[in-house]
Design a binder for this molecule. Structure first.
Ligand code: ADP
Ligand code: MG
Length: 622
């Protein structure tokens, strides 16, 4: 597959990819970092900050009063004093709806909008609504700038890593964040794959290997079992705990000290600064005890200490939990411990000697620890980037789709089903539903391109799925599958799962499009990322408003007898207000009005929520 490079500054196309540097980015929950392949040494290098001291960028975004944003260490300093305006762990929200995270909402100190629908979450800061994509883009922008400063060249291409368990929409969200940050995302790579590449595993093409990647980060634990054969990485199993990481070790130390000082967690809640001091001292103790036998400090003029033995006793049950996940992953992959050839440690928390010892003992094999565990993912991403740039001829490069493929959804939006740069052959699908009661036909229009509005993309074809049995809106389950075979032919199949009716078409996406045209489409998508994103956000807000007005009105008509006159007239006022904001074309105003309507109607809606209406509200509309 030919590669195309674009000079973003000049807006021109270049055929020569040689001088194009592609960076590798680890977009982490706690910390992010950017790395590149040094042409002279052939080594992957993580890029430091301007002071030349830190490589890790805390994945934290702080919104200043004047609307400006700061990312990284400066933002981290605002966590205590400015919690509503300081966003952390945004990776946990990527591609998620509020229902996905509802049980963990108390984990976040900032405002996540709970409009009780299946739509993606938004974060409210002041009177602005931000998506996790926009927030992640801020982190990526800051990494891009750091790389541009350090290397003194413009950077427009990147490989970004994601956890192996990320689903299609989480991966798409990560791609979108890259685009919004002005980066062409050449590949989304699994974190364990990148870590293995950093250790040079899998570069020996002939021999099949089974690798366990143990990743204990700041707030999450992931175990992945990979199989590498002929340069192809396959994920055999993943397991883990999205709420177990380095933070829990810190918390265990804090709890231990509190007990010693006859304090309780309540005392810390009342005094946030004191809580933060305890947390920082606990993290310092955890790190220091990796190399020394005892740690001593003073907090609030009181002396506190912790010995290595005491710490290990606190840490052991947490590490044991991770080993249970490892056991489960082995079981899911149908493997025994002895089938694992290599064990790779990833994540800052694997610097703890106890973790290294217990993992090695569990697998009965030495573990890889030569590289910095909090850098390996970014280093591997840089190696993958170098392979994509064509500099590493030994590695196999599979055929890829040059442009994204997707379908038109409500409001003329492009819903990507197979992202650009996906390996071919491939198959992907998603479920949709109907928009109106009794809808019996559904039109499926297939598009190619990177823009958010289908009007800006290239239409490949359309067909109609006919004979859907009449059901209320939201009930039919229409699965749309995209299948690309090894010859690059795309088959799109629509199937209504309740009735089994189906219909399909075949198209050749590359037919009638030249390389220059493809490159132009890519360039346009990068140049218009900001406006496209705004157009998409506005259209999504309009869709959401439409849907909520519709369901609320239906709900009121159906439940008039269970509602007080005041409830009805007030709701109608809120609906009228929402309708007037639609004309403003201001997504923040629309979201605010939706939130008001929801906040008002939630108590009585919950009171008489009819199950049928609840499920009719769910699902994407085509
Ligand atoms: P993530 O992948 O979640 O973004 P990292 O891999 O950067 O996070 O890991 C961050 C965690 O690593 C933090 O909890 C931090 O306290 C921990 N950590 C960093 N260095 C050490 C160390 N020397 N000993 C123990 N824990 C460490
Ligand atoms: Mg990580």
């Amino acid at each position: 597959m030919p590669s195309i490079s674009i000079n973003l500054k000049e807006g021109t196309l270049a055929k020569n990819t040689q001088q194009d540097l592609i960076v590798g980015i680890d977009l982490g929950t706690t910390n992010s970092l950017v790395a590149y392949m040094d042409e002279n040494t052939g080594q992957a290098i993580a890029i430091k900050d301007e002071e030349g001291s830190n490589k890790l960028v805390p994945s934290i975004i702080h919104f200043l009063a004047n609307g400006a944003v700061e990312v990284g260490n400066n933002a981290k300093g605002q966590l205590v004093n400015n919690p509503q305006n300081t966003i952390y762990s945004v990776k946990r929200l990527m591609g998620k709806s509020f229902t996905d995270i509802a049980t963990h909402s108390q984990y976040f100190s900032y405002k996540i909008i709970d409009d009780d629908t299946e739509s993606l979450v938004k974060i409210r800061v002041g009177d602005k609504f931000h998506t996790p994509i926009e927030l992640s883009a801020e982190i990526l922008k800051s990494l891009k700038q750091r790389a541009e400063k350090a290397l003194d060249r413009s950077i427009s291409k990147a490989v970004i890593t994601v956890p192996a368990y990320f689903n299609d929409s989480q991966r798409q969200a990560t791609r979108d964040a890259g685009k919004l940050a002005g980066l062409e995302v050449l590949r989304i790579v699994n974190e364990p794959t990148a870590a293995s590449l950093a250790y040079g595993l899998g570069t020996n093409q002939s021999q099949a290997q089974t690798i366990a990647v143990y990743d204990l980060g700041g707030g999450t634990f992931d175990i992945s079992i990979l199989q590498i054969e002929e340069g192809i990485f396959e994920v055999l199993a993943t397991n883990g705990n999205t709420f177990l990481g380095g933070d829990d070790f810190d918390r265990a130390i804090v709890d231990y000290w509190l007990e010693q000082a006859n304090l309780t967690a309540k005392d810390l809640q009342a005094n946030k600064a004191l809580g933060q001091n305890f947390r920082l001292a606990a993290e310092a103790a955890k790190m220091a005890l990796g190399t020394q036998g005892i740690f001593e400090t003073t907090i609030n003029k009181e002396p506190f200490s912790l010995s290595k033995e005491q710490f290990n006793a606190l840490a052991k049950p947490l590490v044991e939990q991770t080993l249970k996940n490892c056991q489960q992953a082995l079981k899911d992959a149908n493997l025994n411990k002895t089938d694992i050839n290599e064990i790779v440690l990833v994540g800052g928390s694997t610097r703890m000697p106890l973790v290294q010892e217990m993992v090695a003992a569990f697998f009965e094999k030495p573990v890889h620890t030569k590289l910095n565990p909090d850098e390996v993912v970014a280093l591997g991403a840089a190696i993958q980037a170098d392979i994509l740039a064509g500099n590493n001829k030994d590695m196999l490069l599979l055929d890829i789709t040059p442009l994204s493929l997707g379908i038109e959804t409500m409001g003329g939006l492009m819903d990507v089903i197979i992202p650009r740069n996906s390996k071919v052959p491939t198959k992907a699908g998603r479920e949709y539903t109907t928009q109106v009661d009794g809808q019996v036909n559904m039109r499926i229009a297939v598009y190619q391109g990177e823009r958010d509005l289908i009007a800006d993309n290239r239409k490949l074809g359309e067909f109609e799925l006919k004979g859907i049995p009449a059901m209320p809106a939201g009930f039919p389950k229409v699965e749309i599958a995209f299948i690309i075979d090894a010859d690059g032919i795309l088959r799109v199949r629509a199937k209504e799962l309740r009735s089994g009716i189906e219909q399909s078409i075949e198209v050749r996406p590359s037919y009638g499009i030249s390389e220059t045209e493809m490159a132009k489409m890519l360039l346009a998508s990068m140049q218009n990322a900001q406006t496209d994103m705004q157009a998409r956000a506005l259209q999504e807000a309009l869709n959401e408003a439409d849907q909520i007005i519709n369901t609320t009105e239906k709900f009121i008509t159906k439940n008039t007898e269970h509602l007080s006159t005041k409830e009805i007239t007030e709701t109608q006022k809120h609906i009228a207000h929402l309708k007037t904001t639609l004309a403003s074309k201001d997504k923040d105003k629309i979201h605010a009005a939706i939130e008001q309507l929801n906040d008002f109607s939630r108590p009585f809606a919950e009171r008489i929520m009819d199950v049928a209406i609840a499920s009719a509200m769910k699902g994407k509309k085509i």
